[in-house]
Design a binder for this molecule. Structure first.
Ligand code: GTP
Ligand code: SPV
Ligand code: MN
Length: 617
């Protein structure tokens, strides 16, 4: 055994027991598994077939080791409590590894800490793997999960193989991706050179409770090898490697190479009162409302919303020039706090069977609870396993606690959600949490202005990553933690999408989170957001219902349907404070200069000039 991931591997596969012959894997996937076995030296290899009995085996393994407990109030629901140090993505330990730093980090930041690309060179990568993985699965089971991102066999889908020592990861991958024998079959038949290789270990010597090693956590991506290596964390985006690591970081690299888009976006279908159906994609940063919008119950009569996906969109222009989108995922890994019958009844109707809850609180009758779910939960066991009641001063559920639920349980899952060719996208929304200054909705003047809107997105930080103070952060395209390559090149790629023979979607910026002087939301949000979508659709029909502002087009007076909403301060919702926006323009200039530099396409500078001159006109 020679090199794997750049370090010496030693143990031959013949020394481990294997659940089913590795010949079920395609030759390249099999070689990857054999190299991983040699490196990690597990005692047993389990190749996941996707059957129900396998699910039972994984659940039993997790219960035996104390990772999950049953939730008897519901059908086949489970509660996992993580180590308190392993509760979210760790951006500071997440790297893209390439030969040239410039492939990852924009020119302005070469050799310095960049906010837009975390770079690691190849020797450091090889040393990091060599320090962590040899023998890391000794005495334990390695699970092998062949998975498809997107409908199995669709031309828009991609496949991967994840090896992991975590039963929680194996079980969650069954929900979040399409796995098992049928995927392996397609993998054997198709061009398997592109199969993404994912190596994961919790990095824990033991298996009791929640195995992890936060001090040594690393999440590494090697685009040139189609490889992801993750160590030390069992949580969500750190360990379910199909999700952020593959579908966004490696995905964005593949998308650029192959001429499509891999984005942190929900996809929804919306039918208007005339029966006209369109699809909208929307990028909001983590914990900023994608799942809620994707499952929204519209308050305007005659509207119907259906859900294609709540987190990731892969989009490609077809031969007719129509932008087609698929949801590469198979489940929802959604934020629990704030989810209730009032805010998201559709999620509530989806999640109380076949679901793994992570870091929520448990009720006395074996159910779950989180902040915002109901008024009076009584006495609870909080996410850390301690007694909790309404006098407690800490949250019962972790702010980034989540449900992991099969997408097909969603009562409004779109009939086309698994279509091979994807759904046609009419509009793209960008948005974030902006407590001040930013209007409810603004339409971009054209594609390049829309790209500028995406590039200049900012949002209040949330609990979905390790940031702990509430600051307004730049988060271009809601992709800041997920770019797989140089952001300047990413912008050029987006600009290059605009071709004359294509039906370019209209682009909008939305903000559900503007507050008044008392800190109260100016807009009710949730189901009422359909009023904004109603205006968006009329704009997609090119109706004359807008006025021009320095920021772009906003609804003309009375064009936003606010019937029956009660008191809404639309002036405050749409005001464009000049001083605020001149400062915003300065902040954008500084960001472009300090973070991107000469990699920024000139068009972005022109758009910034345009914004400033419109503000000063
Ligand atoms: P990730 O899964 O981390 O990518 O998050 P997400 O973008 O899917 O966010 P999600 O829909 O789970 O919402 C996160 C938080 O925002 C929840 O606490 C919601 O209650 C809150 N939220 C969502 N939509 C709205 C809205 O329209 N108005 C207000 N005020 N809050 C909202
Ligand atoms: C996000 O943080 O955007 C998520 C959760 O969707 S995670 O899967 O942990 O990335
Ligand atoms: Mn997300």
């Amino acid at each position: 055994y020679t090199q794997i991931f750049g370090c010496r591997a030693s143990m031959p596969i013949s020394r481990v027991t294997v659940s089913q012959s590795l010949t079920c894997l395609s030759p390249k996937a099999r070689a990857f598994v054999e190299r991983s076995v040699a490196l990690c030296q597990p005692e047993h290899v389990h190749v996941c077939d996707g059957t129900d009995s396998e699910a039972d085996m994984l659940l039993k393994a997790m219960q035996d080791q104390g990772t999950i407990t049953p939730l008897p109030k519901y059908q086949n629901c489970w509660l996992a409590r993580t180590d308190p140090a392993d509760v979210a993505r760790v951006e500071s330990r997440t790297f893209i590894c390439t030969k040239r730093e410039r492939d990852v980090v924009p020119a302005a930041k070469l050799g310095k800490k960049s906010a837009l690309g975390n770079y690691m060179n190849i020797p450091t990568y090889e040393k990091a793997v060599g320090d962590r993985f040899p023998g890391c699965m000794r005495g334990r089971t390695m699970y092998v999960i062949a998975f498809s991102m997107g409908p199995v066999g669709s031309p828009l889908s991609k496949m991967g193989v994840e090896v992991t020592d975590s039963a929680y990861v194996a079980y969650s991958m069954r929900i979040m991706t399409r796995i098992g024998n049928r995927v392996m079959e397609v993998m054997r038949e198709k061009d398997e050179a592109k199969v993404v290789k994912c190596l994961h270990s919790t990095g824990s010597k033991g298996i009791a409770g929640w195995p992890c090693d936060p001090q040594r956590t690393l999440i590494l991506h090697r685009p040139s090898e189609n490889e992801i290596v993750s160590f030390g964390s069992g949580y969500g985006g750190n360990s379910l490697l199909g999700k952020k690591c593959f579908a966004l970081r490696l995905g964005s690299v593949l998308a650029r190479r192959e001429g499509w888009l891999a984005e942190h976006m929900l996809i929804l279908g919306i039918t208007d009162p005339e029966g006209n159906k369109r699809y909208i994609a929307a990028a909001f940063p983590s914990a900023c409302g994608k799942t809620n919008l994707a499952m929204m119950t519209p308050t305007l009569p005659g509207y119907k919303i259906e859900c294609v996906g709540d987190d990731i969109a892969w989009m490609k222009f077809d031969s007719d020039g129509v932008l087609r989108a698929i949801n590469p995922e198979n489940g929802f890994f959604g934020v629990a706090p704030g989810t209730s019958e009032e805010t998201n009844p559709i999620a509530m109707a989806s999640i109380f069977k076949n679901t793994v809850f992570t870091n929520v609180a448990e009720t006395e009758d074996g159910g779950v609870w989180w902040e915002g779910m109901t008024k009076d939960p009584g006495t609870l066991t909080d996410w850390k396993g301690e007694l909790w009641d309404s006098s407690s001063t800490t949250p019962a559920a972790h702010p980034n606690s989540r449900f992991c639920t099969p997408a097909n349980q969603c009562p409004i899952i779109d009939p086309e959600w698994e279509s091979d060719e994807g759904v046609p996208i009419s509009a793209i929304l960008f948005g974030g949490r902006r407590p001040t200054g930013v209007p409810l909705v603004v339409e971009a003047r054209n594609w390049r202005h829309g790209v500028f809107m995406g590039a200049t997105m900012r949002s209040e930080s949330t609990a979905a990553a390790e940031h702990n103070t509430k600051v307004i952060m730049h988060d271009p395209f809601a992709m800041r933690p997920f770019f797989g390559y140089n952001f300047g090149d990413y912008l050029k790629h987006w600009l290059s999408m605009n071709k004359s023979n294509r039906e370019m979607p209209k682009i909008f910026h939305v903000n559900w989170f503007r507050k008044d002087d008392q800190g109260k939301f100016l807009w009710p949000g949730y189901g009422e957001n359909c009023r904004v979508l109603d205006w968006v659709l009329r704009r997609c029909d090119n109706m004359n219902c807008f006025t021009e502002t320095p920021l772009g087009l906003v609804p003309s007076k009375g064009a936003l349907n606010t019937d029956g909403l009660g008191e809404i301060d639309t002036d405050a919702l749409f005001s464009i404070p000049k001083d605020f926006w001149l400062q915003e323009a300065d902040a954008i200039e500084k960001y472009f200069r300090d973070e991107v530099g000469s990699d920024l396409p000139n068009v972005m500078w022109e758009e910034l000039d345009g914004l400033r001159s419109r503000l000063l006109a």
